[in-house]
Design a protein around this ligand. Structure first.
Ligand code: NAP
Ligand code: MG
Length: 518
């Protein structure tokens, strides 16, 4: 079977009325399915527990998306044993067969694209374009990792080892074992699908613990994999509290690897816990951890200032600033500072805050804890900078916050250093472009960045010196595409695992060299 070349899933154009209408219809359909109860999946068993996670619509907090069963430690233990039993079979399934499950899932997800997106509109508070991009990325991961596994499994043909007479030498990439997959809520479909399917297509079996605020969309994915005939026990679905079952699974002696995407705090905690060796443990656990960012955009005086202002606003406020790649800082050189700040202010004032299902530009933040934390940062911002736009809750029946901009923030200010993960932009003034790059580099993170300039020498210098995993020139710092912009960051942004890149599956495999005398 030959597999066609990978191509990114196109985004839906929601300026076309019929596309908008199709999304509204999907939302209506999904609304008819709200409030259901969901079980755990442990092997072929469906386990409905007494205690449940209640997932709500962050844009309309009295609307329940669903009630999702919660694993306790005993159920997590059963899932661990089930996954190991299944591993013994699954690891022998040929790579092309494993990949075929991903391709089938991609085809079905493409058919039901708006439905998947509609769940995210309601459960995560994404507007149409943000939800659509999330679903498109999920499809891309399925298509890309399927192809990647095929490539890796046949690498001895395309990239043979150095030959010496009398020996047949081969490197093959074999799976690790059972992994624990811990995705965040902010790309509740794409990242959940990407991390899980990279692991399983590589021949591992997994325990998937979704984020507690978006478990229903994760369930929809698990159900899809069941529909395409993935053998039970390859993906075990075990929602539950990060603190309770998360720690139990991280510390478990039979956990072979942990694939985590989320905050720096939780990532470092997992890394620490996983480094300890339990009695009887046979391996050093592998930790793949993609964490936060304090991403920024640098603008010099030669730049297209309109484009820069648009890039700053899009990067800061897309999905309410709740992207690891969100451009929460802008650093602008003195000579064009006032002009760019005025443009950013004007563009921000135009953003409409409202219900995701009405497709307004800025929706709610994910939950009450987040909402309160962001508002505290905004109060702090009023002392650290000059408030230009927003600065308060936006009212309504959900966790709405006005897109907020502070100017004249010092490089070392909290607002310039800590990840806020909400619609808050801090702007700083730099003496010149080199000073601006130095300020850009002055955080503990290193995920995404952008440089706006028309000067080739400066661009060359920025490309070399801005220290981050994903660096963009004359474009916004969000919106990485699978295969096109492999994604992952430096320093406290994580292990730079480059999701959607050619190195990603290596993290889920170990290379075995076999040498045979001939
Ligand atoms: P989070 O609070 O760290 O949670 C992430 C996941 O970890 C959730 O599933 C959470 O479960 C779980 N968790 C919490 N405590 C745990 C523990 N002790 N052991 C094991 N798992 C535990 O992050 P988030 O709020 O979902 O996501 C936002 C963060 O993710 C931001 O910092 C953002 O920058 C980062 N992010 C990074 C990337 C990247 O590629 N670098 C991509 C997206 C997001 P519960 O929901 O049950 O608490
Ligand atoms: Mg929710």
């Amino acid at each position: 079977m030959s597999v066609p070349e990978f191509r990114n899933e196109p985004f839906t154009d929601f300026t076309v009325e019929s596309n908008k209408e199709a999304m509204r219809a999907a939302i209506l359909k999904v609304r008819g399915e709200l409030g259901k109860h969901y079980p755990l999946h442990i092997g072929a068993d469906r386990v409905m527990t007494e205690s449940k996670l209640t997932s709500i619509n962050p844009g309309k907090t009295d609307e329940v998306i669903g009630y999702v069963s919660k694993a306790d430690q005993a159920l997590a233990e059963t899932a661990m044993q089930t996954a190991w039993r299944m591993f013994e079979t699954w690891k022998h399934v040929p790579a092309r067969e494993r990949a075929a499950y991903l391709f089938k899932a991609a085809a079905l997800m493409r058919e039901r694209k708006h439905e998947f997106s509609a769940w995210m509109v309601l459960e995560a508070g994404k507007n149409y374009a943000e939800a659509d991009a999330d679903t498109a990325e999920a499809i891309d991961f399925l298509e890309f990792y399927g192809r990647e596994m095929i490539r890796l499994s046949e690498i001895h043909l395309t990239q043979p080892l150095v030959r010496i007479p009398g020996e047949d030498n081969r490197l093959s990439y074999i799976p690790l074992g059972v992994g624990v997959i811990i995705p965040p809520w902010n790309f509740p479909l794409a990242i959940c699908v990407g991390m899980t399917t990279a692991a399983i297509v590589s021949g591992n079996t997994v325990l998937l613990k979704p984020a507690s605020t978006t478990p229903v969309i994760a369930y929809r994915f698990v159900e899809l994999m069941e529909e395409v005939g993935l053998p039970p026990g390859v993906i075990n679905f075990v929602p539950g509290s990060g603190a309770e079952i998360g720690d139990y699974l991280t510390a478990h002696p039979r956990t072979r690897f942990i694939c985590f995407t989320g905050s720096k705090e939780v990532g470092l905690h997992i890394n620490r816990l996983a480094a300890e060796t339990a009695p009887g443990q046979l391996w050093i656990k592998r930790v793949i951890a993609e964490m936060g960012g304090k991403d920024g955009i640098v603008v010099d005086e030669t730049a297209d200032l309109d484009a820069a202002a648009q890039g700053i606003v899009a990067s800061a406020f897309g999905f309410q600033g709740q992207k690891c790649s969100a451009g929460s800082r802008a650093i602008i050189v003195e000579s064009v500072y006032d002009e760019v700040v005025a443009k950013v202010e004007a563009l921000t004032q135009q953003l409409v805050v409202g219900l995701p299902e009405h497709n307004d530009a800025v929706g709610p933040v994910i939950d009450k804890t987040s909402y309160e934390r962001i508002l505290r940062y905004i109060e702090l911002g009023k002392r650290e900078g000059r408030l230009l736009a927003g600065g308060a809750s936006a009212g309504g029946d959900g966790y709405y916050i006005q897109p907020t901009v502070f100017a004249d923030v010092a490089g070392k200010a909290v607002l310039m250093q800590e990840e806020i993960f909400g619609p808050v932009l801090a702007i700083a003034k730099a003496r010149d472009w080199e000073h601006a790059i130095a300020m850009y580099n002055d955080t503990e993170f290193g995920l995404t960045g952008a440089f706006y300039s028309r000067n080739e020498e400066r661009i060359a210098c920025a490309l070399e010196t801005m220290h981050c995993g994903n660096l963009y020139v004359n474009r916004k710092c969000t919106g990485a595409l699978v295969g096109v912009h492999p994604f992952g960051g430096f320093n406290m942004s994580g292990t730079d695992s480059k999701a959607g890149g050619y190195d990603y599956l290596l993290l889920f495999t170990q290379a075995k060299l076999t040498s045979r005398k001939v």
